[in-house]
Ligand binder design. Sequence first.
Ligand code: SAH
Ligand code: SF4
Length: 412
Amino acid sequence: MLADLGYAPTNNPAASDMILLNTCSVRGGAEEKVYRRLANLRIYKRDGKKQIIAVGGCVAQQEGDGLLRKLPYVDLVIGTHNLHLLPEMVRGAEQGERRSETTFIDNDQRLDLFPAIKGESRLSRFVTVMQGCDNFCSYCIVPYVRGREISRRSADVLAEVRQLANEGVREVILLGQNVNSYGLKTGHEPSFADLIRLVAEIDGIDRIRFTTSHPKDMSDELISCFGDVPKLSSQIHLPAQSGSNSVLTLMGRGYTRESYLDKVRKLRAMRPDIVFTGDIIVGFPGETDVDFEQTLSLMEEIRYIDLFSFVYSPRPGTKAAELPDDQPRAVKMARLDRLMELQRRHTRELSQPYIGSTMSVLVEGEGKLPGQVSGKADIGRIVNFSGDSSLVGLFVDVKIIKAYPNSLLGER
Ligand code: SAH
Ligand code: SF4
């Protein structure tokens, strides 16, 4: 959108005409970072320079006008439903106007406003299938800052994927806060499983991923896609958040440890080489040592290839923020350390058996070292190997020779 207005990226913030911070408020730490960055940006404007400072994303949505009042050097605040107003807001700011827009718009209008995501990669692209969330997990701010769940028209999704395929894209990542509930509310769109099957029919697209899945909505129909849609990646992100039923209940997640494990078992039956990644929150209010041990034992049962782990962060307005949060920070940090230690071991142990195997790698660009190229294997791991730029855009068979914590090394 900014390119259409004549803007181009630069690495020199001091000399730039506009700085736009795209912000996240899912944890307190991310939000504090925004304020630190904004405080630093102020210096650029001190000599009366005409520079637009804009804030978008979830912190903008949350703070709205307040940001303009608190920070006189901020020109634009643009909420999560208002991106379509960006061009007129930027034109206004060029004339010295300061403006904040954070009104949620109704669903009919939103259907026409799903922005295409112009990613960096020429070969792998995100395609939004739904936005917002209705789940209200007790710790989570997303439903408040992104609004109610809305599924995009399947016809629009498929048209965008077809267009990307024509441009040479080989892999799409279907994106939403909870993709598995895609279409359910509309009553007339295909289910997410059917949407995957329709995307898989598009020539040129050879690999399909999706994120994020809520375990409670992981239907048998979706699980069966892993059996009969070969284009579907063998990696799935399935956040458990905790291995303790009492914590899961307080989180309002709508599944138990047992039903989560049951879905994992079914997925493994459909696709024996499937690998799991996940999210875990440690230190949720009231989490006891026993609860935490159950999370570790869940990890032992699943053996994630990779895990995102977070210390619980109270978010304003959420239900969990009202719960007494009585454990000392040191206890939470010690739990996080133990969990990460276990995860490092699992990543190591799960990666070792790949040594000697051959993986199909979609080559996306230069590798870690000179003379190397890099891409992703079907299981989502990054693979570096010797090769030149003529391989970019191809699926290349690569034999794995070494496993590192965050990547694999291979040879053709
Ligand atoms: N819609 C996705 C996740 C969105 S937020 C899903 O349901 O899986 C990404 C991750 O941030 C969550 O999975 C959770 O692990 C973490 N998270 C969300 N709110 C948090 C909070 N208040 N404190 C710590 N971690 C949080
Ligand atoms: Fe947040 Fe995800 Fe729960 Fe929605 S499903 S409330 S985005 S954690």
